[in-house]
Design a binder for this molecule. Structure first.
Ligand code: TYM
Length: 370
């Protein structure tokens, strides 16, 4: 296999169909999307464009949601500032919360990032956690139905549930699923039990056996495999999941936008100038010269700029199709195409940053404390 997807690294050009096979998930079929459209009244762009492409038990969630409303669960590991890729599952969660009036649980795993990252202290990851929470709130969630918690601060509740999970997961299972080795620190080996907890937290807090749906990129699926193995033995439903593909790196089609590789990412706190510099220097599917581009056209299918339009910044289907054609036929050059994208990204980020500022005053309304 010439690519690798784990919760800690994504390398190479990911073949998402192969991942479905390798991870044993289900593709989001046309029938399932039609079913969703019937219930939600429309298809979100991320579904229409297959940015969410795979799932576990999403069909079951749709079947039972009238009788047994589902809770949403997702999370963030605070290593640095939030980037545009992180926002994708959160934007989708906001859409689902609005459509289905769902309670939304958000785990911030400062413990995970302290344990996994040599250079980060406990104080660092907590500070980054609070900074990242502003970006979460800026996505527009309903404070009455949104519960954000930081692992080290919500530890009393989490730990008591985590040990019930940990007791039923062997080292050999986590080694097989996560690739742990003898040199892995024991905090990391225990950590999957902590990321499993919010799958069960809605049942405990809402005092009902609650179905849970987890929107996240496919890199987090290892955790759900382990959690699903133990869920029924603990008296809970298996968590359902819906997986998105990765927003690509600014530097080209192999690898994802990643907070730990700064050159790959546009961060939510970037200035207008930073956005323009990054976009103007990004990898494109363009030719070496303008003359060649006019003659032979560009290749939008490997182009970062086109992908960003497709994922987030050109919601109109006709417009995005036209851009694809214009690029391939040499009707549009990379310079103006990049400048337009940078402008669109900045328009989006400017509003996000305003909401982020306002979030500082209401942060506590969103926090779950014990
Ligand atoms: P983290 O902080 O690595 O990532 C946060 C969320 O962003 C997704 N993601 C991306 N999506 C699209 N394009 C990208 N380039 C990209 N990079 C990251 C991740 O899949 C994730 O959904 N261990 C977790 C924290 C966590 C969590 C969870 C995540 C705890 N509980 C439940 C999802 C669901 C982490 O470090 O995520």
């Amino acid at each position: 296999m010439d690519f690798k997807v784990t919760p800690w690294e994504v390398e190479g050009e990911v073949d998402y169909n192969k991942l479905i096979e390798q991870f044993g998930t289900q593709p989001l079929t046309q029938e399932l999307l039609a079913e969703f459209e019937k219930k939600a009244g429309e298809l979100h762009l991320f579904l229409k464009r297959r940015i969410f492409f795979s799932h576990r038990d999403f069909d079951w969630i749709l079947r039972i949601h009238h009788e047994e409303p589902f809770a949403l669960y997702t999370g963030r590991g605070p290593t640095g500032p939030v980037h545009l890729g992180h926002l994708m599952p959160w934007i989708f969660c906001k859409y689902l919360q609005d459509k289905f009036n769902s309670n939304f649980y958000f785990q911030v795993t400062d413990d995970e990032k302290f344990l996994f990252r040599e250079e980060l202290s406990v104080e660092d990851t907590k500070e980054i956690a609070y900074d990242n929470i502003l970006d979460i709130i800026a996505c527009g969630f309903d404070s009455k139905k949104t519960f954000i918690f930081i692992d080290t601060e919500y530890a009393k509740t989490l730990y008591n549930i985590a040990i019930t999970v940990a007791k039923r997961v062997t080292f050999s299972t986590t080694r097989a699923v996560f690739g742990f080795e003898n040199s892995t620190n024991i905090g990391m080996i225990f950590f999957p039990a902590i990321q499993a907890v919010p799958c069960f937290l809605p049942s405990i807090l809402e005092k009902r056996k609650a179905p849970v749906l987890i929107p996240a990129a496919i890199d987090q699926d290892n955790y759900w495999r382990v959690t699903r193995d133990v869920a029924e033995r603990l008296g809970y439903y298996k968590p359902a999941a819906i997986h998105n593909i990765f927003l690509p790196s600014l530097t080209g089609p192999s690898g994802k936008m990643s907070a730990s590789k700064e050159e790959t990412a546009i961060f939510c706190k970037d200035t207008r100038e930073q956005v323009f510099t990054k976009v103007m220097n990004a990898f494109t599917g363009g030719r070496a010269t303008i003359a060649e581009q006019r003659k032979f056209g560009g290749n939008p299918d490997i182009c970062t700029i086109y992908q960003y339009y497709y994922f987030l910044f050109m919601p109109d289907d006709d417009e995005v199709e036209k851009r694809h054609l214009d690029c391939k036929s040499g009707n549009i050059m990379c310079g103006p195409c990049k400048a337009e994208l940078a402008e669109r990204i900045w328009t989006f980020l400017e509003k996000h940053q305003e909401r982020r500022e306002k979030a500082k005053d209401v942060l506590e309304e969103f926090m779950l404390r014990d």
